[in-house]
Design a protein around this ligand. Structure first.
Ligand code: G6P
Length: 615
């Protein structure tokens, strides 16, 4: 949560940092602030609200000169979102300024000690404690800023990506990370600091991703010096060439990132299987699996850990792995797994799924599984993310940057990667016939086109959205492979439209939710021809006889559900195991249009953040 940006160099820092904050707003958006240094003067502007509010404030005060700046967009953890709790925070002397993404867990005891030594605090934040601790150390020990940061961080417990500078030494910024991401963009006598590379993509394609437990002193003319926070050991930084481009992080002609990302799914899935799915050769090539095939084949079971939408992708994978590869699978919320003393053995394979690769609970679950000797495989979208580096091996989804907070293309590309793995293992274990294997490969290859066809229902879905936009509750039902899709459809609706929605296995409806059904209850039922079709049709009858409003997601040409439902939305036919990749599409569009019609902020829904780096 929270996005941090910094610049030190020869250009005007304000526009760079402001634009960077706009690009990072997906990480948090309840308040924002910028500290700008110019000619011996430090100006800190901050405000509750969006980056746009901050921009208006700063530009009305004409506070925009300077070649050194730090900016922050916040998702509140300690202290309500207001101007005072917004970052940047300053030390008592007014010399040090800091931005922070993460949580200092022992801030209360540190605050008490600092108070006893005369420090005062304006905000309720852990960050203001940290900047004063750094100041206190630098005074007591009489050391430079870099050393003071190091000593102070060694006294903290928690997670952070920080950037701090001293206005009396305006040629350097000190940064550090533990548990929250931090990238340094390296230009010619100019450096960029950010939670991810999107703020500096048009200025440089060279970046250093700090590893956990590393800090760096970034000097305007002298470059970057990286060392370990704990033992002071110098590290030779690896300068990585970025693959991201500007177009990927802009909205193009779409009204919202979410819509753009929904429409990107055909190309995103093609990118996911490119070079991996070799239909003519009849093979699936995935380095992370190939190199560790024995671990997978000898796995007693697969445990999947994830959160949110990624957890739903894990549930779909459970069906695919068990159905095709015949390996027992358990799917766990990472946040529950990490705290319940799970039984993990060295012959378990743990698959961690995460779009951002930064989710704190998923990260903690990985560490726990590794401690217990399991082999941990990551399925991440963000290249170089913390989870992709912490896992023993992995496969990227290659979906490109996902900016809309409600996850869409990450979900379908995660399912694609997991399907490839399951098929590969099924083949290696001899659990799938050659004919079946080839049929799966061919069908998977056709999915991008089938999604394009599913997207053609957009205008019709808009009509359905208009009809049900004022509902207060909504049920989503599905069976088998499409039960997790029902969960995901419900999540999409509640996330961005704030309508209460629940996903249920269609047959379970009888054990509770059926009591909620009346003429005001829209029920979205996934009733594709492959997969328990007749059973789902009976469930639809049960809803109908209680006057519920039925929206059926059906296979092209279906007539039985059409006769019963108030609306049907068609998707192309495919094999059962791949239906989630097409049935998800209308559910994404439905929630998108309802949220737009209700005037909600689709890309930045209230209280949510894209990357949840706190537990
Ligand atoms: C947040 C996001 C969700 C996402 C979940 C897990 O809640 O808003 O869209 O599914 O985190 O994130 P991850 O990056 O680990 O997939």
């Amino acid at each position: 949560m929270c996005g941090i940006v910094g610049y030190i160099g020869h250009r005007d820092a304000y526009p760079i940092v402001l634009k960077g904050l706009q690009r990072l707003e997906y990480r948090g958006y309840d308040s924002a602030g910028i500290a700008l240094y110019n000619d011996g003067e430090l100006k800190v502007s901050k405000t509750k609200g969006k980056v746009a509010d901050l921009k208006a404030k700063i530009e009305s005060e004409n506070n925009t000169a300077g070649t050194l700046a730090l900016g922050h967009t916040r998702w509140a953890t300690h202290g309500v979102p207001n101007d005072v709790n917004s970052h940047p925070h300053m030390s008592n002397s007014g010399n040090l300024v800091i931005i922070h993404n993460g949580i200092i867990e022992n801030y209360e005891s540190l605050k008490k000690e600092l108070k006893a030594r005369g420090y005062t605090f304006e905000s309720d934040t852990d960050t203001e404690v940290l900047v004063n601790l750094i100041e206190d150390v630098s005074k007591k020990e009489n050391v430079r800023l870099g050393k003071a940061v190091q000593i102070a961080l060694n006294q903290t417990v928690g997670a952070y990506a920080i950037a701090v500078f001293d206005k009396t030494k305006p040629n350097e910024i000190v940064v550090a990370r533990l548990g929250s991401p931090l990238a340094i963009g390296v230009g010619e006598e100019e450096f960029f600091i950010a939670s991810d590379a999107s703020p500096f993509i048009e200025f440089t394609s060279n970046a250093i991703y700090l590893e956990d437990g590393e800090m760096a002193v970034v000097r305007r003319h002298k470059g970057v010096k990286v060392r370990k926070i704990k033992d002071d050991q110098l590290v030779d930084p690896y300068v990585q060439e970025l693959q991201m481009n500007l177009e990927q992080i802009e909205k193009s002609n779409f009204d919202h990132f979410m819509l753009k990302e929904i429409y990107e799914q055909p190309s995103a899935i093609t990118d996911t299987y490119r070079g991996r799915l070799l239909v003519n050769e009849g093979i699936i090539r995935m380095a992370g699996v190939d190199d560790n095939l024995e671990r997978f084949l000898n796995a007693r079971r697969i445990v999947i850990v994830a959160c949110g939408t990624s957890w739903h992708a894990g549930l779909v994978a459970e069906y695919i792995f068990e159905d095709l590869a015949r390996i027992p699978v358990e799917v766990e919320y990472a946040s529950e797994f990490r705290y319940r003393n799970p039984i993990i053995n060295s012959d378990d394979v743990v698959i961690a799924i995460s779009q951002s690769g930064e989710t704190a609970d998923t990260m903690a679950a990985i560490k726990l599984a590794k401690e217990k000797g399991a082999f941990v495989f990551g399925v991440c979208n963000v290249v170089g993310s913390s989870i992709s580096r912490e896992t023993n091996a992995g496969a990227y989804t290659h979906a490109g940057p996902e900016i809309g907070v409600a996850s869409t293309k990450a979900f379908t590309t995660q399912i694609t990667v997991l399907t490839l793995i399951a098929l590969k293992l099924a083949k290696a274990k001899g659990n799938i016939s050659n004919t079946d294997f080839h049929m799966h490969l061919r069908e998977l290859e056709m999915i991008p086109h089938k999604i394009e066809v599913a997207l053609e229902a957009n205008e019709h879905i808009k009509e359905v959205a208009f009809k049900y936009k004022d509902a207060r509750n909504c049920l989503y039902l599905g069976r088998g492979y499409n039960f997790p899709v029902a969960l995901e459809g419900a999540l999409k609706l509640k996330e961005i439209s704030y309508i209460h929605a629940e996903g249920y296995p269609a047959a379970e409806m009888k054990h509770g939710p059926i009591a909620l059904i009346d003429e005001n209850m829209p029920v979205v039922v996934i009733a594709t021809r492959k997969g328990h079709y007749e059973k789902v049709v009976s469930n639809i009858q049960e809803i109908k006889s209680r006057s519920g409003k039925i929206i059926g997601i059906v296979t092209e040409g279906d007539t039985s559900v059409r006769d019963l439902a108030d609306y049907v939305i068609e998707v192309p036919d495919t094999i059962e195991s791949l239906t989630p990749l097409v049935t998800t599409i209308p559910l994404q569009l439905l929630s998108y249009h309802i949220a737009v019609m209700l005037g909600k902020n689709v890309d930045q829904p209230r209280n949510l953040a894209k990357s949840v780096t706190v537990e």
